[in-house]
Design a protein around this ligand. Structure first.
Ligand code: HEM
Length: 533
């Protein structure tokens, strides 16, 4: 079917880079027409290939360099283009231009992913799904780099490399691909009990979605909206699929994974090709600055959600995915998302997980995408102009004209100047910060189980059984019995009924009491590195 062209500015920009090869003569990269592409140049028809064969050398060299590193996490992903349309102006809360006007449309690009598996892994793995959206706004790219689960495993970014090392295949034997079926994952969980809430979600049906089109998305962190008057409001972002949330059951997931490891990408691709465009409504939860301390959890703790009965989700717009990519490598693989790509009116908070993410993404993309110019790749280019004094580096495309490439100069009078906030210059929210330099966790981040219990209690009987089955399957694969026992003891803090059944299923001792003391082996919970604020 004919591809939709509803995403305007970005599509026009991408069109300039699209190349149709049909009907053309084969050439080298230098534009030289090639007369023969099947046989290398030889000294005699049965002789050796000769150095002079520039066509062979160029073709083979390019092939030898076709692969780039896969993403260190979220390697397996699939993406589509679309458009976001505002239902309700957010002007009272944010000066973000793309959210200001009812009916305003912004082109978007969305990449869905699994977290732990490698680029070729099966898509029905029990895992968190990434849900990353790039809004190509007139004020620059805004990236909402979220997941399909509203909380995270850890509270501080410094633990992320440890967590991912525990989740990826074990280094001595490269087994297993499955994130949650091995000793190191569960050992990490037992020793980092802040994981409890997220692990409950991961053992639930949410971790084996039916389709990318039927998943929620969450920004996870608390961000800030800032309006024209400089007033801030805490905000959490949600994507709600108009098809509703649907999952597979584990038996189905395993069979599908075996028979068609591309199931999710094929589902998304075919739906879009058939004109069944996936739709997601953007929701926000808002908390006024002055109410920040009135909850029985810390609103900056990324292992906590804001219960929707307590802080309702206001739907403010809809995203429609209406066009498949033309080229998976050029677009899906080369796209570079970053939670630090913000626009005026959207700002950060001191969530210590978010703060660390702000470093990690550009850093990894510098190596993944080969140097500092990946913002020039078609999929990453903003639709608004961009000008600064950054120059050179591998793969530079832009030809900057002029003698001067530095700010504050007397030789040229038209070099780029910073913009005032009135002219759209980004101004950071002037939050007052005052504290001692210290490596610690705030005491307000110490409750690891209340929301895990809330989650368990909100499940139907069938969903509870699925969680018990998932724990039994995944934890049952663990070889170290101490690890199994520690995990069972830990989750007695969530539900005694739940762990008693799991313990029986996997053959470890069933805890007799719920709310058992925090496992002693959790140094992160010791008094020394917990600080009252
Ligand atoms: C991808 C780091 C937490 C969502 C990545 C990548 C890195 C990374 C290095 C690969 C990026 C690339 O190669 O382009 C981190 C760190 C975290 C963290 C250090 C915590 C400290 C999170 C959280 C979320 C998240 C909490 C969800 C809210 C994603 C998504 C992608 C991603 C969706 C894939 C983006 C794409 O499709 O290209 N992360 N991450 N990450 N991360 Fe995180």
């Amino acid at each position: 079917m004919s591809k939709q062209r509803q995403d305007g500015a970005k599509q026009e920009q991408l069109d300039a880079y699209r190349v149709h090869d049909e009907g053309r003569k084969l050439t080298t990269n230098q534009g030289l027409k090639v007369s023969e592409d099947e046989f290398s140049l030889k000294a005699g028809v049965r002789g050796p290939t000769i150095m002079e064969d520039f066509h062979f050398r160029e073709k083979m060299t390019h092939f030898d360099h076709e692969r780039i590193p896969e993403r260190v996490v979220h390697a397996r992903g699939y993406a589509a283009h679309g458009v976001f349309e505002v239902y309700e102006s957010m002007e009272p809360y944010t000066k973000a231009d793309f959210l200001k006007e009812k009916g305003k449309k912004t082109p978007v690009f969305v990449r869905f992913s699994t977290v732990a598996g490698s680029k070729g892994s099966g898509e029905l793995a029990r895992d968190v799904r990434g849900f990353a959206t790039k809004f190509y706004t007139q004020e620059g790219n805004y990236d909402l780099v979220g997941n399909n689960i509203p909380v995270f495993f850890i509270q501080d970014a410094i633990k992320f490399p440890d967590f991912i090392h525990a989740v990826k295949p074990e280094p001595h034997n490269g087994i297993p691909q499955a994130a949650s079926a091995h000793d190191t994952f569960w050992d990490f969980v037992a020793h980092n009990q802040e994981t409890a809430h997220m692990v409950m979600w991961q053992m639930s049906d949410r971790a084996i979605p039916r389709s990318f089109r039927m998943m929620e998305g969450f920004g996870v962190h608390t961000f800030r909206f800032v309006n024209d008057k400089g007033e801030a409001t805490f905000v959490k972002f949600h994507w709600k699929p108009t098809l509703g949330v649907h999952s597979t059951v584990w038996d189905e997931a395993q069979k599908i994974n075996g028979k068609n490891p591309d199931f999710h990408r094929q589902d998304l691709y075919e739906a879009i090709e058939n004109g069944d465009f996936p739709e997601f409504e953007l929701g926000v939860q808002l908390i006024a600055e002055e109410d920040a301390d009135s909850f029985d959890y810390d609103i900056l703790d990324p292992t906590k959600l804001w219960p929707e009965e307590e802080v309702p989700v206001k739907k403010i717009g809809k995203m429609t995915l209406n066009r498949n990519v033309d080229n998976v490598f050029a677009e899906t693989e080369q796209v570079a998302f970053h939670p630090g790509h913000v626009v005026p009116g959207i700002d950060f908070t001191n969530d210590p997980l978010l703060q660390g993410r702000l470093f990690s993404y550009t850093d990894t993309q510098l190596i993944r995408l080969g140097g500092p110019n990946f913002h020039e790749l078609p999929i990453n280019r903003p639709v608004c102009p961009f000008h600064n004094n950054q120059r050179d580096g591998y793969g530079r495309h832009t030809i900057n004209v002029g003698q001067v490439s530095y700010h504050k100069n007397g030789l040229a009078h038209n070099t780029p100047e910073p913009a005032s906030p009135e002219q759209g210059g980004y101004e950071h929210y002037q939050e007052k910060v005052d504290g001692r330099k210290i490596r610690a966790r705030s005491e307000s981040f110490n409750d690891h189980f209340s929301q895990a219990v809330l989650f368990w209690n909100s499940m139907s009987e069938a969903e509870k059984q699925h969680i018990i089955d998932a724990f039994s399957f995944e934890l049952g694969k663990v070889k170290n019995e101490d690890v199994q026992q520690q995990v069972v003891n830990m989750f007695a803090n969530v539900s005694l009924d739940m762990v008693q059944e799991i313990a029986e299923n996997i053959g470890v001792t069933a805890p007799k009491e719920g709310g058992s003391p925090i496992t002693k082996t959790s140094p992160a919970l010791s008094q020394e590195n917990t600080v009252k604020t």
